[in-house]
Write a protein that binds this ligand. Structure first.
Ligand code: FES
Length: 76
């Protein structure tokens, strides 16, 4: 189960974001994105759900290659 995996310390990817709830879901209204927004995919940002560059330290420490998803308006 997820609970057992959490207790064993394996199978989870979220180390610290809102661990008091069962599912982390965020909504960003597309109209509020003026130019572009970088969204965290490494679960280590202190500014969740936005990327704050924390993926860099994670990649360096683990050899991983994680980066954000950038949502932007199509260039015209
Ligand atoms: Fe998580 Fe950049 S801080 S992807």
């Amino acid at each position: 189960t997820i609970k057992k995996a959490r207790e064993a310390g394996d199978g989870t990817i979220n180390p610290a974001v809102r661990k008091d709830i069962n599912k982390v879901v965020d909504f960003i209204d597309i109209e509020d994105i003026t130019e572009k927004v970088s969204l965290c995919r490494c679960w280590r940002s202190k500014n969740w759900p936005y990327c704050d560059g924390a993926h860099g330290a994670h990649n360096k420490a683990t050899g991983d290659n994680i980066g954000p998803i950038v949502v932007r308006h199509k260039e015209k």
